[in-house]
Design a protein around this ligand. Structure first.
Ligand SMILES: [Zn+2]
Length: 113
């Protein structure tokens, strides 16, 4: 016996049926993979210079001197930084550096402390 078929996430039709690995909705034509919750697609994977996965709240150290935008300060190699949160984009680490302030960093210039 198979599990009861979940309703279509698009139109809520209860007539969705299984087609191999997929579920197909005959009413709106939507196809999806069961168990693939949409929120899982929002999980952001950010890796440091060594390929280790980073998470909010992790400590990292800089592997390169980084000029701080709009000031003459430089964040030096080896500076320990706490990740506030990971974000999408080119500069994917939102953090605060002691003595410098809030900053956005590129994950390729840090490694997990
Ligand atoms: Zn549907």
């Amino acid at each position: 016996m198979s599990e009861p078929t979940p309703p279509c996430p698009e139109c809520k039709s209860i007539y969705a049926y299984e087609d191999r690995e997929q579920l197909v909705c005959p009413e709106c034509g939507h196809e999806w993979v069961p168990g693939e919750a949409s929120e899982e697609q929002d999980i952001l994977i950010v890796k440091d210079a060594n390929g280790n996965r980073l998470q909010d709240g992790d400590f990292v150290t800089l592997i390169k001197d980084l000029k701080v935008k709009g000031s003459s300060s430089v964040a030096k190699v080896g500076t320990k930084v706490k990740i506030n949160r990971l974000v999408e984009g080119d500069h994917d680490i939102d953090c605060k550096i002691e003595g410098i302030g809030p900053m956005m960093l590129k994950s390729e210039f840090v490694k997990k402390a």
